[in-house]
Design a protein around this ligand. Structure first.
Ligand code: GAR
Length: 193
């Protein structure tokens, strides 16, 4: 059985979709993997309770307790590696990772970003898509490389931007699609590892 470690900072709905996919027999194929741990940099992350409710071990590595990014990432790597993961999955993890961290998990570190990359890297993607007059928005699953929100694209989902959309309504429409494409992309990548 392959192990997945998921990193979160907040609500954890993508993490929940992935955990549920691993706990189903066929979704969309057998993942053959378990979520060994969910790690948050925020002690208050709502996703921690969701993970625990699904029987998944949780840990907090609070970035404010470390003097440098390197020191935080070193502790994060030690916590992650104690679970011997095949894949490390960023699911709403809102910290920039050091090049050393990214290199350590090269080819097995995934992120989901709430835009159609390469458009709208960074923050406030939905607000910026609406302000730019985009007719479509979406989400992207990609392998993580040293450059923020870049790296080989594994999956995308497209949704319409509707005339009366605000940031929240567009985010909700995109998030529904994220919950579909992330577990599928993970299943496909796991089949190759
Ligand atoms: C998701 O929309 C994800 O794409 C985004 O944060 C949200 C987390 O929701 N990630 C980023 O913005 C990363 N730069 P969740 O905690 O409910 O999965």
């Amino acid at each position: 059985m392959k192990n997945i470690v998921i990193l979160i900072s907040g609500g954890g709905s993508n993490m929940q979709a992935i955990v549920q996919a691993t706990q189903r027999d066929h979704w969309p194929e057998r993942l053959g993997a378990r979520v060994a741990a969910v790690i948050s940099n925020q002690a208050q992350a709502r996703g921690l309770a969701i993970a625990q409710a699904h029987g998944v071990a949780t840990q907090v590595v609070d970035h404010t307790q470390y003097p440098t990014r390197e020191a935080f990432d070193a502790q994060l790597m030690a916590s992650i590696d104690s679970h011997q993961p095949t894949l490390v999955v960023l699911a709403g993890f809102m910290r920039i990772l050091t090049p050393g961290f990214v290199a350590h998990y090269s080819g097995r570190l995934l992120n989901i970003h709430p835009s159609l990359l390469p458009a709208f890297t960074g923050l406030h993607t939905h607000r910026r898509a609406i302000e730019a007059g985009c007719k479509f928005a979406g989400a992207t699953v990609h392998l993580v490389t040293a450059e923020l929100d870049h790296g080989p694209i594994l999956a995308q989902a497209v949704v319409p931007v509707l005339p009366n959309d605000d940031e929240a309504s567009l985010a909700a429409r995109v998030l529904t699609q994220e919950h579909l494409i992330y577990p599928r992309a993970i299943a496909q990548l796991l089949a190759q590892l």
